[in-house]
Design a protein around this ligand. Sequence first.
Ligand code: MTE
Length: 317
Amino acid sequence: MEAYRYPQPMASEITPRSYFLSRRTLIAGAAGSMLAVGHTDQTAQAAAGHAGGEAGWPAPEKPTPRNDVTQYNNFYEFGTDKSDPAELSGAFKPLPWSVQVDGMVDNPRTWPLEDLTRQFGQEDRLYRMRCVEAWSMVIPWNGFPLAAVLKAAGPKIGARYVAFTSVFRPSEMPGQRGGLFALKWPYVEGLRLDEAMHPLTLLATGVYGEALPAQNGAPIRLVVPWKYGFKGIKSITRITVTDRQPPTSWNLMAPEEYGFYANVNPAVDHPRWSQGSEQVIGEGSLFRTARKPTQLFNGYAEQVADLYQGMDLRKDF
Ligand code: MTE
């Protein structure tokens, strides 16, 4: 299915696809767009300076082909097969859209999507992504740090977590109309506040330089590259700051298989399969599957390991 487009105030800032071919230009593109939107906040600057390798974050590999990124998806609201989200999302209307930011904050606010992109811009971030099903991709996202939105909201003293809620629209999402396999709807996820404020944590509004296709979580979704993919909740309608650990959809479904933290960890196997290695989507051939070893925190240990000091990651998996 063709990726649709919708008007975005920052369209001129979106880096053309060809930029992703070179790490050096990727970094330049990110820094340029940050300057263009006049961002001065430190998190955003750090993030822009760290779009890839040389500035200290892991050097991104070659992006996964666009076709795999947009045709091989998990989005159970549209069905359980990898091809369902692309094939069965034709009725989904991503616009108009707004995101309610509420809970323990000084400035609760409902943001129209275009105000979010106008205020916070669109950086380019080439991230390794690792699904809990032991496959991986490298995805060129466009978006802004979640931290920027949370800072604008102003978390109150005592706030410790952030809860996220996906859209509930059974008339547009066939997977929400029942069937044999069903998560509880709406899909929900959560992060600890410090994880949510980390400069790597992104709200993505685009991929490969275009507005997110429905199957990738249009029009706005979470991206947390050191955690298993299911933390990356799609089509977000609400972000709630709270003092309680929020429920999460996969944990509610199978608590012994999916924990709250879901940090990528090759030493902690899923009860039904190994997490020691991963299939590299878009590489290999009919005759040979490309596999590589999985890295702790998906290769982002240097950036995020501090967040988990003193924790037993086998218990808090
Ligand atoms: N968000 C919602 N609302 N519904 C889902 O079923 N699936 C998750 C996550 N976010 C899911 C979701 C899972 S299991 C993964 S691996 C990623 O989205 C996949 O994102 P991608 O298709 O863009 O690669």
